[in-house]
Structure formats: C-alpha cells, structure tokens
Design a protein around this ligand. Structure first.
Ligand code: SF4
Ligand code: SF4
Length: 83
C-alpha cells in the first residue's frame, strides 16, 4: 500500500503545531496547508524545507481508509480524540 496520489487528506484534516513554510504558526485542524497545490500534492515534496512533522504521515490503511473522503473523516475523528 502506498499513499494515494492527489489525496492530501493528512495535509488538511489534522492540526499542525509546528511552523510550516508560509504558515509560521502551523495550521488548525480542517484547514488546507498553504503548500498543498490544486492537485492535492505537496509543493515541498523532496524539499528540505518540508517540515519534519509531515514525514509522520506515512500511508497507514487505518488512517487513510479506502478513499480520500474516508481519510478526511477518519483523520478528523483522530484529531478530536488525540488533539
Ligand atoms: S491520508 Fe493517506 S493516502 Fe491520503 S495523502 Fe495522507 S498518507 Fe496519503
Ligand atoms: S507541507 Fe506539504 S506535506 Fe506538509 S502539510 Fe503541507 S502540503 Fe502536506
């Protein structure tokens, strides 16, 4: 299993508390990361400026579900439980 290209759910649903290029205070849950492009791909992929926190989102069937919509739902719930 690998990350669904064009999903980007883990760049939207969870909050990020560390600084992100373009979002120095991080981002609240449910807000699109400014670096997520219109195709839901990270503009910083492979760039050393990509925050370390983004690497924690490795593809995980339990979080990613079977579709982008499912991932958004699961991650929003996970955010509420752990946030
Ligand atoms: S939620 Fe999963 S499938 Fe979607 S972008 Fe993140 S790691 Fe990839
Ligand atoms: S920097 Fe890239 S990987 Fe990290 S949340 Fe933003 S779009 Fe996603």
């Amino acid at each position: 299993m690998s990350c669904r290209v064009g999903c980007g759910a883990c760049c939207i649903a969870p909050s990020i508390t560390s600084s992100i290029p373009g979002m120095p205070a991080g981002k609240p849950a449910g807000v699109r990361c400014i670096n997520l492009d219109d195709d839901n791909l990270c503009r910083l992929f492979g760039d050393p400026k990509r925050p370390a926190v983004c690497l924690r989102f490795d593809h995980d069937p339990e979080l990613c579900g079977d579709s982008r919509e499912e991932a958004l739902t699961i991650l929003a719930r996970w955010e509420k439980e752990t946030g």
